[in-house]
Ligand binder design. Sequence first.
Ligand SMILES: [Zn+2]
Length: 182
Amino acid sequence: MLPFLAVYHSVVISFRYLQAYPLELQQQVQKISEGPGLGPWLLSRHPHVHGVRTDSALYAYVMALKNEFLRQADPINKVTFDSKLHVIQHALGMHTTTSRVQGSKLKTKRDIKIAALFKETPVAFLEMIVVHELAHLKIRDHDKAFYKLCQHMAPHYGQSEFELRIYLTHLEGGGEKIWSPA
Ligand SMILES: [Zn+2]
């Protein structure tokens, strides 16, 4: 009896990042975690870490995507990696809007904070979180139109979010960081 209970318990605890996915998919993840392990599986899918190491490099990365897809949206004020930001707190990221009066005009400028965890991930994960934050320049809620826009900017958006959640599951289960800068 006890071993069964123990396994059930560990599934419930460690899969909280994957609860929105169909049970069948969660069971596949469970199989991977019992088989090769989530770490080796993720590393085989994404062998390399990206090279965006600093806030200014991150700013350039964000602006390149914004200029490609959302040139007309509100301007961006500041982009930073934030080590205090919890990844899932605001459904993966956080965005703040600053309104400043300049002369007689009220100007809206956006700050984008990216959780520091994304410094050491494959580029697919960074792209996903940046696209998510950029999409909020246009759409506030996580509705259908929002995810459609994300998918438009990053065609593998859905897959990357799923894999990121597997990575969080791996870390929460006591797994080591998988990617570190060369
Ligand atoms: Zn969001």
